[in-house]
Write a protein that binds this ligand. Structure first.
Ligand SMILES: [Zn+2]
Ligand SMILES: [Zn+2]
Length: 170
């Protein structure tokens, strides 16, 4: 979808957009699947430029960062973009003086591709280290067994060190 900023010149415009993003495009190996992403919000005139703010709903499946089991996730977050005309873009020197965290989309033309902006925002909404449950025991680094299912016989390195310490002390 493309945004037509010009539409908001007179009055705020309500926008909604549903976007299918192929999982591979996000370069997040822990991501298994992604439901269509939903955005709804309002585009309005600001000085200078425009502001688009609304809500982004993301859901799908990722792998547990400890045991690799599939974990469903769903997040809904407030997002906003500031659009400012490219001719107002500060030079590198000016940017240093007015350091700001605000992400600005500089436009040359009132037509702005929206999908790339949503994809960028998705990176923040997808959980970084999903867990199937907070107490997930993960896979054994030695034999690869799922320690949630059954404890394996591998000895943990920590135990060995502790054993040595004990033998030294005795
Ligand atoms: Zn897990
Ligand atoms: Zn093991």
């Amino acid at each position: 979808m493309e945004l037509n900023l010009e539409e908001a010149l007179e009055a705020p415009v309500a926008l909604s957009h549903r976007l299918e993003v192929p999982v591979g495009r996000l370069e997040r190996p822990e991501l298994l699947s992604l439901e269509p992403v939903e955005f709804s919000g309002t585009l309005q005139k600001a000085e200078p430029g425009f502001v688009l703010s609304g809500e982004l709903a993301v859901s799908g499946q990722a792998v547990c960062s400890r045991c690799l089991a599939p974990v469903p996730f769903a997040s809904r977050g407030d997002v906003s973009w500031v659009f400012a005309p490219a001719h107002r873009r500060p030079t590198a020197e000016e940017t240093e003086l007015t350091a700001t965290d605000l992400e600005v989309v500089w436009y040359e033309d009132f037509i702005v591709p929206f999908d790339p902006l949503v994809e960028e925002m998705l990176q923040l909404e997808i959980p970084l280290k999903p867990l199937c449950r907070p107490e997930c025991k993960g896979l054994c680094p030695t034999c690869g067994a799922d320690r949630n299912v059954a404890p394996c016989d591998c000895r943990e390195e920590g135990d060995e060190r502790l054993a040595k310490l004990k033998s030294l002390l005795s």
